[in-house]
Design a protein around this ligand. Structure first.
Ligand code: 5AD
Ligand code: SF4
Length: 452
């Protein structure tokens, strides 16, 4: 059997897509390998969101080319595929910069992979046209063994693409226009996942809370309605969704937090900046206070809600005063954890064209200050759960023998001692200490068990 190695960069949509590609290729006689050195087919599933991400791909391609040459000397063939958002954005440019690549395929075209591999025998191929048909309808379903090997917490892509056009972002260009998958397909996929032991679903999409899929009754369903439906799937104990936009946090979704027990109290709601001037220039279409109000309303529904965010520092024209507003917003909201980045000009986006780019040294200094504050908040948030009794979904064995590791409702990694409990069970654990990356707890009560 031939072997395929997939390396994914960037967001969870890519993790999910990588799994779908592996499922598809298993039908073509490829089994998955975790080591690139023995792969007959190497797929780099790339991310274009920031400059460094794309540069990393080109340097990785250098390594893969060396491997291809080495294997060739031993009479073995290695095919190289570049998938993902760099593939979409750069297209044929990739073949120019990295001639050892066989196939360049955009995120909406993965279902063409068998055909592309076939065609690449003659000549390298590029497939980045947005197709009319939906790739998800053409990708095979994972087998039970594949699902089991991926663990009890699974991603489910419910929505793709983005129509928001934030002025810094390439996503609307690389992932295309917003589409939502129909409810019935999602229920089928969730049922299949749950049947193989999955207990937690993270619904994903670039704009997941803008979900507007076709319901079984022919009407358009919102994310809130979909969450209620998926909570009914036997075996599914926990639901999460990411990534959301503040503009799409509608009343029904806010009410679902607190009303639907399966919906976990964690929310990734990127705000990017705390300055109204910058938010406007970013085309975010909301103010910092509107963001504060959304969080306040949600916390009233689900006290303890773990809020996380993304931030960009050094957006063109950002002044010291603008940055201070970001620091003030962070201090006001209090985040459980966050991702923060220096603004990186992306070709083809409006902000990249602006003449008032912020000097690198200023970006570096602002990022360091912001990250220090965010890290203090992360530590304080975790410390705040010490002494609490939390439900932990067990995902894997812990670091030490006799330990298991899982996640709290607030998405914190938790380790605790147990000789009897298994992956997939939900245990009640009292948190006794917060370490650097994990919480440590003691088992209070064995939780529910679901036969798959
Ligand atoms: N520069 C820096 N960060 C960016 N992001 C998106 N585009 C850029 C860019 N050009 C960040 C945003 C987004 C996250 C996924 O990546 O914070 O929420
Ligand atoms: Fe990019 Fe903005 Fe769309 Fe998010 S909402 S994917 S940041 S354009």
């Amino acid at each position: 059997m031939k072997k395929v190695f997939v390396k994914s960069y960037g967001c969870q949509a890519n993790v999910y897509d990588a799994e779908r590609m592996t499922d598809l290729l298993s039908g073509e006689g490829y089994s998955e390998t975790a080591t690139m050195e023995d792969a007959d087919l190497v797929i780099l599933n790339t991310c274009h969101i920031r400059e460094k991400a794309a540069e990393k791909v080109y340097s990785e391609l250098g390594r893969v080319r060396d491997l291809k040459i080495e294997r060739e000397a031993q009479g073995q063939e290695t095919k190289i595929i570049v998938a993902g958002c760099v593939a979409q954005a750069e297209g044929a440019e990739i073949l120019r910069r990295a001639p050892s690549v066989d196939v360049v395929v955009g995120p909406q075209n993965y279902h063409h992979l068998p055909d592309l591999l076939q065609r690449s025998r003659m000549k390298a191929v590029v497939d980045t046209e947005f197709p009319i048909e939906d790739k998800f309808d053409h990708l095979p379903k994972p087998t039970r063994a594949q699902i089991v090997s991926r663990g009890v917490s699974a991603f489910l892509t419910i929505q793709e693409g983005c129509d928001k056009f934030c002025t810094f972002c390439v996503v609307p260009y690389t992932r295309g226009t917003e589409i939502s998958r129909p409810v019935s397909r999602l229920v089928d996929e969730a049922t299949r996942l749950a049947g193989a032991g999955v207990r937690e679903l993270s619904l994903i999409g670039q704009n997941v809370n803008a979900y507007h899929g076709e319901g079984p009754d022919g009407t358009t369903w919102t994310l809130s309605r979909l969450l209620y439906r998926l909570a009914e799937v036997p075996g599914i104990a926990r639901l999460r969704y990411t990534t959301s936009h503040p503009r799409d946090m509608d009343e029904a979704l806010i009410l679902t937090h607190g009303d639907l027990p399966a919906l976990m109290p964690s929310l990734h709601l990127p705000v990017q900046s705390g300055s109204d001037r910058v938010l406007e220039a970013m085309n975010r279409k909301h103010t910092a206070d509107e963001y504060r109000r959304i969080i306040a309303r949600m916390r009233a529904r689900q006290p303890g809600l773990a809020v996380s965010s993304d931030f960009i520092v050094g957006f063109p024209g950002e002044t010291d005063a603008d940055f201070d507003e970001t620091m003030r917003l962070v201090a006001d909201v209090g985040f459980a954890f966050s991702f923060s980045f220096k603004y990186s000009p992306r070709p083809g986006t409006p902000a990249a064209e602006r003449g008032d780019q912020v000097p690198e040294a200023v970006k570096t200094e602002r990022l360091a200050r912001l990250q220090k504050l965010l890290e203090t908040q992360r530590v304080a948030y975790n410390q705040g759960t010490v002494g609490q009794t939390l439900d932990v979904l067990i995902e894997k064995p812990g670091r030490l023998p006799g330990q298991m590791a899982g996640k709290s409702p607030y998405l914190q990694p938790v380790q605790f001692d147990t000789e009897t409990l298994a992956v997939g069970e939900i245990a009640t654990v009292r948190i006794i200490r917060a370490g650097g990356g994990s919480l440590f707890g003691e088992l209070i009560k064995a939780g529910d068990k679901v036969a798959a």
